[in-house]
Ligand binder design. Sequence first.
Ligand code: ATP
Ligand code: MG
Length: 785
Amino acid sequence: MSSFDDFDAFEAASSLSARAMAARPSPYLDELNPAQREAVEALDGPVLMLAGAGTGKTKALTTRIAHLLNTHKARTNEILAVTFTNKAAREMKNRVGRLLGQPAEGMPWMGTFHAIGVKLLRRHAELVGLKSNFTILDTDDQLRLLKQLVQAAHIDDKRWPPRQLASIIDGWKNRAWTPSSVPAAEASAYNQRGVELYAQYQTRLKELNACDFGDLLLHMVTIFQTHEDVLQQYQRWFRYILVDEYQDTNVAQYLWLRLLASGHKNICCVGDDDQSIYGWRGAEVGNILRFETDFPGAKVVRLEQNYRSTPHILAAASGVIDGNKDRLGKTLFTDAQDGEKVRLIGHWDGEEEARWVGEEVEAMQSGTRGMRPFSLDQMAILVRASHQMRAFEDRFLTIGLPYRVIGGPRFYERMEIRDAMAYFRLVVSPEDDLAFERIVNTPKRGLGDKAQQTIQRTARENGVSLKEGARLCVEGGLIKGKGGAALRVLVDGLDRWSRMTGEAGLSHTELAEIILDESGYTTHWQNEKTPEAPGRLENLKELVKALEQFENLQGFLEHVSLVMDNESDDGGAKVSIMTLHAAKGLEFPAVFLPGWEDGLFPSQRSMDESGIKGLEEERRLAYVGITRAEEVCTISFAANRRVFGQWQNALPSRFIDELPEAHVDVLTPPGLYGGGMGAQSMGSGIESGLEDAAAAANVYNSPGWRRLQERSSQRPMSQPRESKNMVIDAAAVSSHVMGDRVFHQKFGYGAIIGVEGDKLEIDFEKAGIKKVVAKFITGADDVPF
Ligand code: ATP
Ligand code: MG
């Protein structure tokens, strides 16, 4: 696409008459305090808002956008507004609409760095040797590619794992270093071969017409630096630039913004040095600290009133962040009522913690905790590591508690989804060799290593893509037998499906189904007799369903490579589960912060890799977590936790020690009273069991545990319940009737659709069709909750 004509047309269309129109009243300004108002009304020139959590930075930024539009300073497509997640971008757009009293149509340049980066790069791909339909590689593809390069370079990939190279290259890209600009000091990276492999990797990406996430920005920075005309066009186009969460920008993002803003300098950045949590991904908190040097004469606005949280929550958060040496230091105050103290509770293990949180969410929903009732939408569980989510997901599925996972394209990471998408990618972008490699023998077509090597060699010798190489192999009869015939069918199919894209009367969802059927992929799972096959077919159906929301396959693929939010949603109220990183900028009336154990949080890896710096970043993450809460903040930890299949004893997090006592209320775990679900699952010895575990973990010697015991308010959180036997005798298979509604601990509710030996085939409401052993099934009416 040639972009320049668009610019000119656009600029002509930005008629003066529109700007000269009288500004409408600005009632939204009355919602702001004087400092915020100052930041909003200073529309021209550089502005920095550097302030603590919940002080209304994002609110001011959003209002500023509304004000720019309302005063006709800018039109929707003249505003570049960068946020950190897709969710935040959507939220911002809605808020602007609300402030203006009408939907903010357009706003094409409001989004994440990556989303905006990909849009820009598609317009100018040719300037860096790509075509506009380039593919965006995910980490898996990236690794596969690097692995090939590492092997070809005869490097021992056991000693020098490709993953390490991937992270080195990412780091360089985050610093905006191209292969030729990596400084000499980095020459020893990856056994002295890092820079050379980086160069090869970039060349290979171009051949594949692909780029990785880092390239979305790096390429644009390169283009801006080498094509003055392009940069100038965008400097004129983006008349106003706004950036939220500026403390988390990396060098490439920073350069990109600085280049764009260097003409008019209408740039407004907001952030909080205490919330810088992406150092591990190359974020430079220094970017925000040197704003005034970069933009001399910048207006700097400080906000000190927190409008989000109660004084207890704020004091707890301040107590923790005070432990960091390296910070500007800010004071926050709030006019809010005292409310609940931060609640702290210890558990026997991670499962028990998840069980308790599930019960607590339900209790808070029904308002039986001496607090107002909270709807599910008002509650969130924020975890340090995504593997913590499983326990909560399982538990919530079991008790039928609706939840949504935010912040990870988990669905799209599944094997069958990635296979299916590789087919789609090849249809949209036939040079996508990685996609070709993924599916050439999936499903099995009798094309083993030897056949694949022949295709690779033929492609290389002829300087063509693997798909074209495959065609040459077919035409030249280079691959014999069944494999050769199957390859012909595949190549013909890919050509046919590519031709069908955009065919009148055929929707892209229909095309997707045709691709999955004709390629034999659906049949492959239909014929597969493993227990997970039905689930996989369900997922493929779900994938086709997900496509409906998009205009075409390309739009969908782009979305998938960019999504950070889980989109599948029926709109009902749900409790949210997400990582602390994904929770940045968000707020919830009630927040659960589980897993506060040393090693998990603060994360051992972060401390091992970055020492004090790592610990301080973890502490900022704790600060981010606590400050997400408006009214109720509940922190928990477990004495035992299974991490990647291994049981580990844990000490309560050192951050727990840093919580100021006056603002914390220690709850008593239900297990200590011999009641609750804990006792049921652990048998009668829960009390001594807990003690043993604590002793084994040396928990008692930790100040956190001692204080926990001393301060325990002896308030049992779970009333002892009557124990019900949830397990039905195996012989009871015959007591089940087809169509019965039943319940399974792991998969939740479902209906019996078949019986086989001691196994029942059940169509679970959430988990799809599964075969399960009858003794783990109970009648839905007998479930004790
Ligand atoms: P974070 O650092 O976590 O991103 P923030 O500084 O961006 O926080 P916002 O999310 O903008 O803070 O605001 C926090 C809450 O305070 C929001 O619910 C917002 O509506 C409210 N708020 C902000 N400013 C005001 C104000 N002047 N009067 C009343 N409420 C306000
Ligand atoms: Mg914010």
